[in-house]
Design a protein around this ligand. Structure first.
Ligand SMILES: Nc1ncnc2c1ncn2[C@@H]1O[C@H](COP(=O)(O)OP(=O)(O)OP(=O)(O)O)[C@@H](O)[C@H]1O
Ligand SMILES: [Mg+2]
Length: 492
């Protein structure tokens, strides 16, 4: 055996110094790059093993069983190391015993160890190589696990995003997607990988906003708003330049609700300018109306035939009615801070109904007044009118949707226990489904189309009543009607 071995560090446990020197010479001869640490007892050997990196151990068989059970100690420190026992010639029977205890191999003591050592070294060398290979495999498998976990982790991150995210290549084929995007089409992310994204939208070619940048300096539109399948999306595009694999990340954000709120605010803005305009117009109408009423009164005082007088009376009544409407409109649209006064609630309700009388008549809605003698309350008259008007308009709209002869009842009562005035406004409209009942007082909550409702009526009413120190609540039976109950404390 002429091969040289590469075993960096061996530990020799042997009492016989001369013998040890011989061994060391033989070891160096076969492993020129290696070294031998020598010790004379198994106990010391164990100590060395527990603090130094040793590649193999040679131990005199006698020592391995005398001082202490060397093999058991090695197992205790959990060391994987090939142990070679040195056996006296003629005592080969011990070798079998040693191997049973855990020895890797044995060599026979001879004059210079040159004969038996190479075969043992070859076995050790192979075992070291195998161990290194095993360790490499283990490292690789750990690395794969880490890569897999890291990929999963990124997928979890993009799946946690509820906006619709997909990554496409230059051919508009999907390279990656999050769960939300796949869910949008009732698919699993894995099912749509490498499919042209536009096919999911039922198209034969990409959308006009899907523009592939031709390089780092090419223009790529960042964000656009588009309606796709009745949903308004904010579509953002983020190009990726990665080696040869240019791709684009698209994120679609559902902004239907935001857009609706924006439209409502715009509508509200228009309404508020309309309010200013209305009060201006009302002022302008007031003056000529005063003239009409005055001159009609003068004409009525003069003698005339009965038919003329009847006509004049009609003109007078209508003009008075107009004046009342104008006055109500002025009270209503005047934007003054809350000014509480001691008010008769029945009168406030009456005035509000009057303001709306024309529409009530045209829709043939029956108004029932069920008033009790209630003590006056301390409220802002104009604001209370607004609350009643909001409830009245809601009732009217609910009746229109129920498609039946409408009836709105205004009831006032005094609750002796709580010492509160209770106003109940009931209608026989379409009612409110239980699931939306808790949300009707929320600002901007509406079930009506944009040009019909802003979703502010009830939230304003709620705010006003709360400011007056009262409470408002709603009861409804879907399909039958709704009641709003307002409780106000007595004026002090
Ligand atoms: N009397 C009612 N009958 C049935 N539903 C009602 C009634 N009152 C309110 N609602 C429901 O509550 C929602 C909120 O009412 P709210 O008055 O706050 O807003 P809106 O009437 O939709 O819009 P706005 O009053 O700003 O024009 C309505 O859209 C409707 O669905
Ligand atoms: Mg309303």
């Amino acid at each position: 055996m002429k091969n040289k071995f590469n075993i960096p560090k061996a530990l020799l446990i042997n009492e016989n110094i001369k013998d040890s020197r011989l061994f060391e010479q033989a070891f160096r001869h076969h492993c020129p790059a290696g070294g031998v640490i020598r010790t004379q007892s198994a106990q010391q050997g164990i100590e060395i093993l527990s603090r130094e990196k040793i590649d193999t151990v040679f131990i005199d068989y006698k020592l391995s069983i005398n001082d202490l059970n060397f093999f058991r100690e090695i197992q205790k420190i959990n060391l994987y190391i090939p142990v070679i026992v040195i056996i006296e010639k003629g005592k080969e029977i011990d070798a079998a015993e040693a191997i049973k205890k855990g020895a890797f191999d044995y060599i026979l003591k001879d004059a210079d160890y040159m004969d038996s050592l190479p075969a043992a070294l070859e076995g050790i060398q192979l075992s070291i190589l195998k161990k290194e290979k095993d360790e490499e495999l283990q490292r690789q498998s750990l690395l794969f696990k880490q890569i897999y976990r890291s990929q999963k982790w990124w997928q979890h991150i993009i799946d946690a995003i509820t906006d619709y995210l997909f990554v496409i290549n230059q051919d508009c084929r999907i390279l990656r997607t999050n769960k939300a995007f796949a869910d949008l089409f009732g698919r699993e992310p894995a099912d749509i990988i490498m499919k042209p994204y536009y096919e999911l939208f039922g198209l034969e070619e990409p959308h006009e906003w899907c523009v592939m940048p031709k390089g780092k300096n090419d223009y790529c539109p960042r964000s656009v708003e588009r309606e796709l399948n009745n949903v308004v999306y904010l579509i953002s595009c983020f190009p990726i330049y990665f080696d040869e694999h240019d791709a684009v990340v698209y994120i679609l954000k559902d902004i239907t609700e935001t857009r609706r709120l924006k439209d409502q605010v715009y509508h509200l803005d228009k309404l508020s300018s309309l309010g200013t305009l209305t009060s201006g117009v009302a002022h302008e109408i007031n003056n000529p109306l005063t003239g009409i009423i005055g001159y009609t009164e003068m004409l009525l005082m003069k003698n005339g035939d009965e038919t003329t007088k009847k006509y004049l009376h009609n003109i007078y009544d209508s003009a008075i009615r107009c004046k009342r409407i104008v006055e109500n409109m002025l009270t209503f649209s005047r934007q003054t801070p809350s000014q509480k006064g001691v008010e008769d609630i029945n009168d406030i309700i009456d005035k509000t109904i009057e303001l709306h009388e024309y529409w009530l008549k045209s829709t043939n809605i029956e108004i029932i007044r069920n008033y009790a003698e209630v003590p006056s309350v301390s409220v802002d008259r104009q604001q209370m009118q607004q609350v009643i008007l909001n409830l009245l308009i809601n009732a009217e709209q609910a009746i229109a949707e129920a498609d039946r002869r409408g009836r709105i009842e205004f009831e006032t009562a005094y609750d002796d226990n709580s010492k509160q005035t209770v106003i109940t406004v009931s209608d026989n409209g379409k009612g409110i489904p239980q699931e939306i009942l808790p949300r009707i007082f929320d600002p901007f909550f509406t079930t009506k189309p944009v040009n019909k409702g802003t979703g502010l009526g009830l939230s304003i009413a709620h705010g006003i009543i709360a400011e007056q120190g009262g409470a408002i609540e709603a009861n409804s039976v879907p399909g039958e009607g709704t009641s709003f109950i307002i409780r106000l404390s007595q004026s002090k």
